[in-house]
Design a protein around this ligand. Structure first.
Ligand code: SF4
Ligand code: SF4
Length: 407
């Protein structure tokens, strides 16, 4: 006969701490990506420079040429590396404990809990093959991105859409991403973690790695009272109640099953060597690992929290591109090196013509005369004035290149 658990408070605390961490990740990342659009002084980095999948997307370009695909940066590689380390230690713990898009779906899932007494199930015949879709998304978009050397997934990305939720370009640039986001959140109301289950490429590579990770969840059949609480609690619909060990690559290490188990010692997170670890420790460990990595990278100036000015970009890359914000050729594509060694691909839409004039030495009046921009508007970011004066940052890039070639 199993002993009723007496650690109800500890389990509840663990649950609360996980939701607080997820909520903080969602708020922080939403805040920084919104600030990216509205703050022009010391402009915060954009969504792609702060996304682990952005790290995978730029990996090939980085390894082959030491540069980054436009809009990505070393910070994306650091986060990509961080998620890999986490997956090797505690499986898809990034998904269950830290991912802001996972948090968003989780919150919708909680609303769904209140709306539906009994959630409908996706028939196994559809659910099983549909879960393979995310691996196809991973392979197709990774190969396509590596070949094109640009972020081809961006228009379809629900997180990029969320990050531009208040942007004027939301429906023109991210229309499909908005649709994917809407379907994912509506789907999460009914099925929980809809995007994670079926479509997320980050979840897919973490799922593959989770097969060899150190921590696991084990069920002790002698202590189990067969109540099925773990099955009911699992947002990924994993059959925990009949498993000896949860080894499914679908498990996002949220530990909801462990926290919902009423029988002492029946379901526990096991560390290497077999000892039990509380779900609260798992949350602290996972958040601690990522914070330490990001903190370390920030300390050695390898984490881009903000977009570089043109002068900084020139200094940092010495002719190779880094972060970016506009269309046209960027890092990974051919560099547009003007005579005199200035790489015009470093010019981005968030920069001002005054800044470009200062760095290139081209008189500011020439920008005014060429693009019809009054001198008092030259210090504004080009992306904010381009529609008013009818030019594109690509035009400025091409003109600067031509102008620098003119003796
Ligand atoms: S599967 Fe994707 S969206 Fe879901 S939690 Fe993991 S990384 Fe985030
Ligand atoms: S098996 Fe447990 S830890 Fe894994 S996803 Fe389901 S509830 Fe979360």
């Amino acid at each position: 006969m199993s002993i009723e658990r007496t650690d109800r408070v500890a389990r509840e605390r663990s649950r609360i701490v996980r939701w607080v961490v997820l909520g903080a990740a969602l708020l922080f990342m939403t805040g920084i990506t919104l600030a990216h659009q509205y703050v022009n002084v010391s402009k915060p980095a954009g969504v792609d420079a702060l996304c682990p999948f952005g790290g995978l997307e730029t990996l090939f370009t980085f390894i082959s040429g030491g540069t980054f695909i436009k809009k990505t940066a070393m910070s994306a590689l650091v986060l990509f590396g961080g998620t890999i380390i986490l997956a090797l230690v505690v499986r898809r713990s990034f998904c269950g404990q830290l991912c802001p898009l996972g948090a968003l779906q989780g919150f919708f899932g909680s609303i769904g809990d209140k709306l539906f007494k009994k959630r409908p199930q996706v028939p196994a015949l559809i659910d099983r093959p549909a879960r393979l879709l995310k691996y196809a998304v991973l392979v197709v978009f990774t190969v396509w991105t590596w070949q094109a050397a640009e972020l081809v997934m961006r228009p379809y990305d629900p997180w990029a859409a969320w990050a531009h939720i208040s942007s004027a370009e939301l429906f023109t640039e991210f229309g499909i991403g908005v649709a994917v986001l809407g379907v994912s959140l509506a789907g999460s109301l009914v099925y929980e973690r809809f995007f994670c289950k079926y479509l997320c490429p980050t979840g897919a590579y973490l799922a593959l790695l989770s097969k060899v990770s150190l921590f696991t969840i084990r069920r002790d059949a002698d202590a189990c009272i067969d109540c099925g609480a773990c099955d009911k609690a699992c947002p990924m619909n994993i059959k925990v109640a009949t498993a000896e060990e949860v080894r499914s690559s679908e498990c996002i290490s949220c530990n909801e099953c462990v926290n919902s188990c009423p029988a002492a010692g029946a379901l526990e997170v096991k560390k290497p060597g077999g000892g039990a670890v509380s779900p609260l420790i798992v949350t602290v460990l996972v958040a601690g690992i990522l914070l330490a990595l990001v903190g370390g990278a920030t300390a050695v100036d390898a984490f881009q929290w903000r977009m570089p000015s043109l002068a900084e970009a020139v200094e940092q890359h010495g002719g190779a591109s880094g972060l970016g914000d506009t269309g046209g050729e960027g890092a990974g594509g051919p560099a547009d090196v003007a005579p005199g060694g200035f790489d015009t691909s470093l010019i981005r839409g968030y920069m001002s013509m005054a800044e470009i004039a200062e760095v290139t030495g081209i008189p500011a009046e020439e920008f005014s005369a060429t693009f019809g921009v009054p001198e008092d508007q030259l210090s504004r970011p080009m992306k904010d004035i381009k529609d008013t004066y009818g030019f594109a940052p690509e035009d400025v890039r091409a003109w600067v290149e031509e102008r620098l070639a003119t003796p």
